[in-house]
Ligand binder design. Structure first.
Ligand code: NAD
Length: 348
């Protein structure tokens, strides 16, 4: 489609649909017409449709797809349902924007990719950290070569006691994992994006559940320790074929000083950088220099992420993140857990 209004539908009427996607999409009436929303919890779909002026609600997304034929679909279900919903939407002729993590495993992401190619429809994912102004600023330094060869990154997504007790974030069967797939995945994607997605060679990782199986202080509300079935922290080391390496640290609960740390540190042979806050560390005129980028503060990265997808559907810009990138991220997540479970290094 070129430069018209996209008829957009949502699968999943939970928190992310309510707090992020619908407010953003409803401000884009020049490009978007919200046509339908489906959720087996029909009362959620009804509540959001009345709030956001959507005419059609469904309990079954297949019914929605066949009766509305939307141009684009946002998949906002728990992780276990990403792949099936995405494949159905693509096969019925819709472009798809799927929430992160891409799916439960790499095989599912491959199926999503194949469906996208066979249908000739766009498939993208909500890795919104790439759209933070800080990340956009640092990527300019990376792409211009200012950092030189990037040979090491440290990706950190740590919370001291940030266990999300609502929804299904602590349920392994439904989400596929804990902090690694929920918040670690954002910093992993951002690191790979900065490193230009080098080919991974091996992963050595550990995952733990040392704190969340007992009750205690919750800085993001309470949770049920008895129903907690995911890791509460995970740490891994990834080697790439180009010689670069990456450390990823992630937790919902960890006995550390700070409340939370979300950051990426990038180390090149000409300069280094942190993304949050954005700063570049180099050597110049015989001095060591720290260059802060003070005004790269973003509040609307979700909006930019959604806009980028909508504009790519309208033929106005190219699609990022791509399905191939999502597959690379998911393959690392799979190998990460495999390494942790087998207590060994996994070759890719
Ligand atoms: N990009 C981000 O930073 C970010 C932030 C929060 C959540 N998310 C992702 O968004 C997704 C949803 O998270 P949430 O917090 O909104 O969860 P949620 O539990 O609040 O909502 C999920 C909704 O999906 C519905 N659902 C379940 N199965 C369905 C199906 N087969 N068809 C249609 N709907 C179905 C549930 O009834 C529920 O209403 C997850 O994948 C999560 O990782 C991403």
């Amino acid at each position: 489609m070129k430069f018209g209004r996209l008829r957009v539908a949502l699968i999943g009427a939970g928190q992310i649909a309510e707090v992020t996607h619908l407010p953003v999409l409803s401000e884009m009436s020049d490009r978007v017409e919200l046509v339908g929303i489906a959720d087996p919890a029909v009362e959620r779909a009804v509540m959001l449709s009345s709030r956001f002026g959507i005419d059609n609600t469904f309990g079954d997304y297949n019914e929605m797809l066949s009766s509305l034929n939307p141009d684009a679909v946002f998949v906002c279900t728990p992780n276990k349902f990403h792949s099936a919903a995405t494949v159905s939407a693509l096969r019925s002729g819709s472009h798809v924007f799927c929430e992160k993590p891409p799916a439960i495993n790499a095989r599912e992401v491959q199926e999503m990719m194949v469906a996208s190619k066979e249908a000739g429809k766009i498939l993208s994912f909500n890795f919104h950290y790439r759209f933070r102004s800080e990340a956009i600023a640092i990527k300019k330094f990376v792409d211009s070569g200012d950092l030189g060869e990037i040979y090491f990154c440290e990706a950190t997504a740590l919370r001291r006691r940030g266990i999300p007790g609502w929804g299904s974030f602590t349920n392994k069967e439904i989400q596929g994992g804990g902090p690694l797939v929920d918040i670690g995945v954002h910093m992993l994607d951002l690191a790979l994006h900065m490193m230009r997605f080098p080919q991974p060679k091996s992963i050595t990782a550990s995952a733990y559940c040392k704190i969340a199986k007992r009750s205690g202080v919750g800085l993001m509300g309470g949770w049920d320790p008895e129903k907690y079935s995911v890791e509460d922290s995970a740490f891994g080391f990834v080697r790439f074929h180009n010689g670069a390496s990456l450390i990823l640290k992630t937790s919902f609960a960890l006995n550390m000083k700070d409340r939370s740390i979300m950051n990426l540190q990038i180390f090149g042979d000409r300069a280094g950088a942190t993304v949050f806050p954005p700063e570049v560390f180099a050597e110049s005129h015989g001095e060591l220099t720290n260059t802060a980028i003070p005004f790269a503060e973003s509040k609307d990265c979700y909006k930019r992420s959604v806009e980028s997808f909508i504009d790519s559907c309208l033929g106005k810009e190219s699609t990022i993140p791509t399905p191939e990138e999502a597959l690379a991220v998911q393959s690392i997540l799979d190998a990460f857990y495999l390494s942790a479970e087998s207590a060994s290094t996994v070759e890719l």
